[in-house]
Design a protein around this ligand. Structure first.
Ligand code: KG4
Ligand code: ZN
Length: 370
């Protein structure tokens, strides 16, 4: 057995300032996350300028904490891993500049990591037996991909969204039904008390692209339904006064609030029916790809992979087909640096090294190298 490899990993691609220490790609010694969610909730979504400024303010402390929590010093670290794309350019730059400064000051190797590669690698932390090849459904706020994971740093995208990402659809629909930001976890929660079969929202089929996704039609169908309910209300002169003392983006509805009094349809019913349409699309396309390409191991990754209905739906489908399903704990599904440390380890042992000219690449493609 060779010497242990310790990676100090940094992630700042969106609204989480995160650092972690990961041993041999699979053991998380620390995972420090400073979430800016409360700050952005005020505006109903991530404000890039605010995200960058907050990353600058927090990053040193987050790194210090992660080293302390891991019980190591910078001298014990073998390499610095950092997300360099895709993401918000200003936010990415903070992590990349920090990682380069540490690499320069310590003389340690620098390993740039693709954010989605990190999400996929999060599966290795809790599933020590998981090894490529497998099929991975990546569902985050910015991406919806079906990926053939052929090796630890070998990816082939076989399905992608033509418009909104799954997480983006969750966030937009949550906002439309008055649940606020961040939408995914809120829709997940209220859906538990809703009826998923009360409204038949569309499932997109894209001719000639059996593994591709589209969520904008579904989002429009939900918005059209909400508008038609609003018009019915206005026609009956039952329009309510806006609730007092709330900003537009604050949560103004709960699951029990009525969307359609006449039909007895609640916010929770709309959320559950929408969520069912998303889950149905994600599960059916993943199963079709697994069958067509002969995969028996299926993994999920990204923020939406923590959705309880998606987990249940994918579990049932995998069991029915005799496939083994893997997904990370919720804290490793949403953005974190432990996943970047896992991916950085596999890049490091395969020889990937970046120079001090490493730059943030906001639209970096999976499998592309800087
Ligand atoms: O992977 P992630 O943390 O960031 C990106 O790389 O985009 O994913 C964030 C996305 C958001 O759109 C959020 O609403 C969604 O993941 N999300 C969920 C759940 N938890 C987070 N969507 C559905 N159900 C959840 N429980
Ligand atoms: Zn992410």
């Amino acid at each position: 057995m060779g010497k242990d490899v310790l990676i100090l990993a940094i992630e700042s691609s969106c609204d989480e300032t995160a650092a972690a220490v990961v041993k041999n790609g699979r053991e998380v010694l620390s995972n420090t996350i400073y979430s800016q969610i409360d700050l952005h909730t005020l505006y109903g979504g991530v404000v890039p300028e605010i995200a960058s400024r907050k990353h600058i303010e927090k990053i040193n402390q987050v790194i210090k904490t992660s080293l302390k929590d891991a019980g190591v010093t910078i001298d014990d670290i073998d390499a610095i891993g950092v997300t360099y794309g895709p993401g918000l350019v200003g936010a990415l730059l903070v992590g990349v500049a920090e990682a380069k400064a540490i690499a320069y000051a310590t003389g340690k190797p620098l390993v740039g990591v693709h954010h989605i590669e990190g999400h996929i690698a999060a599966n290795y932390v809790e599933h020590k037996e998981l090894e490529p090849p497998y099929l991975c459904l990546v569902v985050s706020g910015g991406h919806t991909h079906l990926v053939k994971v052929n090796g630890y740093a070998e990816y082939e995208i076989i399905g992608r969204t033509h418009d909104d990402a799954a997480g983006e659809a969750f966030d937009k629909v949550a906002r439309a039904i008055g649940l606020g930001y961040p939408g995914g976890p809120k829709v997940d929660k209220v859906s538990k008390t809703g009826r998923k079969d009360v409204l038949a929202f569309p499932r997109a089929h894209i001719e000639g692209c059996p593994y591709d996704f589209s969520f904008s039609g579904l989002k429009s169908a939900v918005l059209n339904y909400l508008n038609s309910c609003k018009m019915k209300q206005t026609a009956g002169h039952v329009e309510e006064e806006p609730k007092q003392g709330k900003t537009v983006y604050e949560t103004v509805f709960s699951g029990n609030d009525m969307i359609d009094e006449e039909q007895g349809v609640t916010v929770a019913d709309v959320a559950a029916s929408f969520q069912e349409a998303v889950v149905d699309a994600l599960v059916s396309k993943t199963m079709a790809a697994a069958k067509d390409f002969g995969y028996t191991k299926i993994a999920m990754a990204g923020g939406v992979a923590s959705n309880s209905a998606l987990r249940a739906g994918m579990k049932a489908a995998c069991e029915a087909n005799g496939y083994t399903l893997y997904y990370p704990s919720p804290i490793l599904c949403t953005d974190n640096a432990a996943m970047i440390g896992c991916a950085a380890y596999y890049e490091y042992i395969s020889g990937t090294r970046h120079g001090l000219d490493l730059n943030a690449v906001p639209n970096l493609k999976l499998g592309e190298r800087a």
